[in-house]
Write a protein that binds this ligand. Structure first.
Ligand code: PLP
Length: 396
């Protein structure tokens, strides 16, 4: 018998994963080249060559007992030193190893920090649309995920609605930029408004409201777009970083948290994060991948590849009459559903054209769909006639 809580999680298990499984079934039935699966944010480009070089060199040259052993729950000291220095060079900060906790991807980092700060019933605010797993992560610690609106044109946080939804129980706000699913990068002006609001509300409620900046797509930005470093705008920011997308290593489960020294209750939070990493069962982030991360600070996935996909998909769908948000980062296209119930639109795409896309309600935002374009260019080319036929059937 499973727990009541898990029954709820299983029942609400991610529609995106379900779609991914369905894609595999359709591929077995019709052939992989006849199924256009845009459901999952699984990078389809290989890790940059620097990753393989680093793995080989580490295995060849470093002490195997050290490379595969346990270490401090926060991660290897030398790795955290290197990553702190890398961030300092980029953002003019003065982090040291004590500000870095190596994690099992962004998902691990978010769970570590939420475990560290939430009491049952505490609230975590995020803005719609958002990565649907936040519901589970907050639910893991009996927190309550509260949704605030974004501006319907820009999809930037709606400050007034955020203000209305913040309460004395709000322990944290999670923001994700570049955003999954909209592809929007929040500009500094918008983040400054968020920062001013959180500062004011923290003072009003007499307790810090942490801003958790979930940043797996930080390095995937187009047309030279800047992704602001949020800790420079708001003191009580914790950054959750991941190599899943930047280095195309989603299965290797590696990332880190940045917990700046000026953060409210810094010593307690860092100690709690360290212990949370252990008692959640992660113990520490994967050891070999920590060492790879330190050697690959400047390596990047091929952003030009995603950019080419972005251009083809955005321009074509716009030409067919769909209303799309032009992505500035990440690798998702956010499209207004041509009919009110976007699930019907997704079902039509799947049944008539074997195109798999995800309903916006998985991201807390009905009436839209998400198309993940971290796929082969040819998959997009081959799917375009289907997208066009569907557009015509709606009279777009
Ligand atoms: N946060 C966002 C916004 C994501 O899109 C994802 C993965 O798609 C994650 C967190 C989890 O990433 P990771 O693989 O690093 O755990």
């Amino acid at each position: 018998m499973i727990s009541d809580k898990m029954k709820g999680f299983v029942a609400n298990s991610s529609a995106i994963r379900a779609m991914f499984e369905e894609g595999k079934k359709l591929a077995a039935q019709y052939g992989a080249d006849k199924v256009y699966d845009f459901s999952l944010g699984n990078p389809n480009i290989p890790a940059p060559p620097a990753v393989k070089d680093a793995i080989l060199e580490i295995l060849d040259k470093e002490d195997p007992v050290l490379v595969h052993g346990y270490m401090n729950n926060s991660g290897y000291d030398d790795v955290r030193d290197t990553l702190a220095a890398h961030l300092n060079a980029l953002y003019g900060t003065d982090y040291g190893k004590d500000n870095i906790v190596m994690t099992v991807g962004a998902a691990g980092g978010l769970n570590v920090i939420l475990k560290s700060i939430l009491n049952p019933g505490d609230e975590v605010l995020t803005v719609k649309p958002y990565f649907g797993e936040y519901r589970s992560y907050v639910g893991n610690f009996d927190g309550v995920l509260v949704e605030a609106a974004t501006d319907p044109e820009t999809f930037y946080p709606d400050i007034r609605d955020m203000e209305a939804k913040l309460s004395a129980r709000t322990r944290a706000v999670i923001l994700n930029t570049p955003n999954n699913p909209t592809g929007v990068i929040y500009p500094e002006s918008s983040l400054k408004e968020v920062a001013a609001l959180l500062k004011r509300k923290s003072e009003e409620f007499g307790a810090p409201i942490y801003l958790i900046s979930d940043e797996p797509y930080r390095e995937i930005a187009y047309d030279g777009a800047e992704v602001p470093w949020i800790p420079s705008l708001y003191r009580d920011t914790i950054v959750g970083y991941s190599y899943s997308k930047t280095l195309s290593l989603p299965g290797e489960r590696i990332g880190f948290l940045v917990i700046p020294s000026g953060l409210a209750d810094f010593a307690d939070v860092i100690a709690a994060a360290n212990v949370a990493n252990r008692i959640l069962g992660f113990v520490n982030a994967p050891s070999l991948m920590q060492r790879v991360a330190a050697r690959c600070c400047d390596a990047r996935a091929d952003v030009a590849y995603y950019d080419r996909n972005r251009t083809l998909l955005y321009e074509s769908l716009t030409r067919f009459g769909y209303t799309c948000v032009k992505p500035e980062g990440a690798f998702y296209l956010w499209v207004k559903s041509p009919e009110e119930d976007e699930r019907a639109f997704c079902a039509k795409c799947k049944e008539e054209e074997r195109i798999l896309i995800v309903p916006g309600r998985s991201f807390g935002c009905a009436g839209f769909v998400r198309i993940a374009y971290c796929v082969a260019y040819q998959t997009i080319e081959n799917a375009l006639p289907g997208f066009e036929r569907v557009a015509k059937s709606y009279g777009l």
